[in-house]
Design a protein around this ligand. Structure first.
Ligand SMILES: N[C@@H](CCC(=O)N[C@@H](CS)C(=O)NCC(=O)O)C(=O)O
Length: 205
């Protein structure tokens, strides 16, 4: 398998999951500006949508959309229990969280990365994001991880997107349960190894 990634973006989530599962994979950096990848491809040929993450299977098929990729990976190693079984009600809870993260936190952050937006517009998006963080903080006040007592692929994704908040002047220290949560996830070996590998990777010309 090949994971196409760009450092500090949402592709960190499937990267963490691959390392949690101990699956063999190649990490291929993408230059999101030129859309060239480190294996010499035009990245649009890998993902016509032009964004990371993309997972290329050994038979050449490609899976995109982070929430789909992490569930695919978790199902390769059910014994690792990073996702509840496919038919269970708990799996619906996982999908509920993944959907919340993708639509409310990940997509909710996108306008704040846009330097062309006026500050007044950004304030509206920032306020909405803060309300979503209030909700998350309440959920994580009662349990260490999104699904309860065990780490799941949703935690890899949430950790990834919450890392961006300080760039938008949203300080997680305003929510003690989110601060605790981030410290808990950051201690995982998979997270430290993934972050180190991304930091050590070379930009693609
Ligand atoms: N809906 C996609 C969004 C992926 C996405 O937003 N990728 C960003 C990085 S976090 C990206 O590569 N953006 C570059 C671009 O759109 O040109 C998903 O959930 O995986």
């Amino acid at each position: 398998m090949k994971l196409y990634f760009a450092p500090d973006t949402c592709s960190l989530s499937p990267h963490i999951v691959l390392r949690e599962l101990g699956l063999p994979f190649e990490l291929i950096r993408v230059n999101n500006r030129t859309k060239r990848s480190a294996d010499g491809r035009d990245f649009f040929q890998v993902n016509p949508k032009g964004y990371v993450a993309a997972l290329m299977l050994d038979d050449g098929r490609v899976i995109t959309e982070g929430a789909a990729i992490v569930q695919y990976l978790a199902d390769l190693r059910p014994d690792a229990a990073l996702a509840p079984p496919g038919e269970s009600f708990e799996r619906v809870r996982l999908q509920e969280w993944l959907n919340f993260i993708t639509s409310e936190i990940h997509s909710g952050s996108s306008p704040l990365f846009n330097s062309a937006l006026p500050e007044a517009t950004k304030t509206l998006f920032r306020d909405k994001l803060r309300r979503r963080l209030d909700y998350l903080a309440q959920a994580l006040n009662e349990q260490p991880f999104l699904l309860g007592d065990c780490f799941s692929v949703a935690d890899a994704y949430l950790f990834t997107v919450l890392r961006w908040m300080s760039q938008f002047s949203i300080e997680l220290k305003d929510w003690p349960s989110l601060t605790r949560y981030m410290a808990l996830i950051a201690r995982r070996g998979s997270v430290q190894t993934a972050l180190a590998a991304e930091a050590a990777s070379q930009e693609v010309e």
